[in-house]
Design a protein around this ligand. Structure first.
Ligand SMILES: C[S@@+](CC[C@H](N)C(=O)[O-])C[C@H]1O[C@@H](n2cnc3c(N)ncnc32)[C@H](O)[C@@H]1O
Length: 362
């Protein structure tokens, strides 16, 4: 197996690290400690040292001993600095203890490994954190730890959690999806997060990989609890694209568009469950018959409403038996309500084909 793959190893070009540091420097004028948790050959350590000079302490870690040597050498060439660069495994560092001992404000900067736990499984690698249910899954997924995640997502969440109550800026390259998941985790769990932004990068040009990637720039210890982030086209604050954020517990990809159109979101949601196993259909699929339920064996069944759900099969759609099913009682003030209820809504906007509600257990 290629060690490069197992360690998600894509070294950041120095030119990109310098652009990131130039952006960060606009906001972070004074920094006590600069930490690169998986520093590689040290592009970010070098770029920060060029800009922040002698006053901060520089700490870099990497699991690869040759990289650690290269990073130390890169810093030594810049001049006498307060430096700790060590061969360490991210998973064995007590981040909370370490970060709380450092001079504030901190700048955590870098580019964690680019690999998912599933990708690691395929490679047979072991560079993984201990199984935890950090994504807050329930049921089977939580028990098996099955859910796929990026190693960088896990690492970034560890760092964010360890920084609670500490004044810090975090500037990390990662997949755009990872950045969103990390911020969502922070917002949903009420972590102390200050101003946040995403700055898109061209990963094909910078790293030779075809993936949506960005700089995630966020803060802790600001005393605020913000739950929105603006996405910028480049590593600058010049071209904002959209602002995403948490709204009523859900991640909304464009907050402004959502606010403008939010009345359309007045319809009740039906929970979508993924179907009935074929050989259980006789027992699980029921039809209404004179107010009670009948199963596939023709037996009458008594069931609580709580445990009966509408069933729509792909075969119903294929046979064009059901074209559109709306909630029976649109919420007052909702879009359908304003148009005069289901009748008005359907007549005005949709053609209803033959309904087969006899097949639905509602
Ligand atoms: C995407 S590369 C980025 C390197 C460097 N941060 C940069 O920006 O150029 C990821 C780095 O993480 C290191 N790494 C992978 N797993 C690690 C672990 N468990 N602990 C510490 N470093 C690790 C790899 O050796 C590699 O240098």
């Amino acid at each position: 197996m290629s060690p490069k793959k197992e360690f998600g190893d894509f070294q950041t070009p120095l030119s990109l690290a310098r652009r990131v540091v130039t952006l960060v420097r606009q906001d972070e004028r004074r920094v006590g400690t600069i930490v690169e948790p998986t520093c590689g050959v040290g592009a970010f350590l070098q770029a920060t040292a060029e800009v922040f000079g002698k006053s901060p302490t520089y700490c870099g870690f990497d699991v690869n001993a040759e990289y650690v040597q290269a990073a130390s050498a890169a810093l030594a060439r810049i001049g006498p600095l307060q430096v700790t660069v060590q061969q360490r495994d991210f998973y064995t560092i007590n981040w909370q203890e370490f970060l709380h001992e450092q001079a504030e404000p901190l700048l955590i900067i870098g580019n964690p490994p680019w690999i998912t736990n599933a990708g690691m499984g395929v490679l047979g690698g072991s560079n993984l954190p201990e199984k935890t249910n950090f994504q807050g899954h329930s049921g089977f997924a939580a028990k098996t730890g099955k859910a796929n995640f990026d190693i960088s997502e896990w690492m970034l969440i560890r760092i964010l959690e360890a920084l609670q109550g500490t004044r810090a800026a975090i500037a990390m390259l990662c997949k755009t999806a990872t950045a969103r998941k990390v911020l969502r985790h922070a917002w949903v769990n009420g972590l102390d997060t200050g101003p946040s932004s995403l700055h898109l990068i061209d990963a094909a040009t910078e790293f030779g990989v075809s993936v949506d990637a960005c700089l995630l720039y966020t803060h802790t210890g600001t005393g605020g609890s913000e739950s929105t982030a603006t996405v910028y086209r480049t590593i600058s604050f010049d071209q904002p694209l959209q602002t995403f954020g948490l709204f009523a517990g859900e991640l909304v990809s464009d907050i402004d568009a959502y606010r403008a159109l939010r009345d359309l979101d007045g319809l009740e949601y039906r929970k979508w469950r993924s179907g009935v196993k074929h050989d259980a259909a006789e027992v699980m699929e029921l039809t209404r018959d004179n107010g009670s339920f009948v199963n596939g064996f023709g037996e009458q069944c008594e069931l609580e409403d709580d445990y009966t759900f509408p069933l729509l099969k792909s075969s119903n759609l294929g046979a064009r038996q059901i074209v559109l099913a709306l909630p029976r009682r649109p919420r007052a003030g909702g879009f359908a309500g304003r148009l005069g209820g289901v009748g008005g809504f359907s007549r005005g906007l949709f053609t209803w084909h033959r309904f087969s509600f006899s097949h639905l257990t509602i």
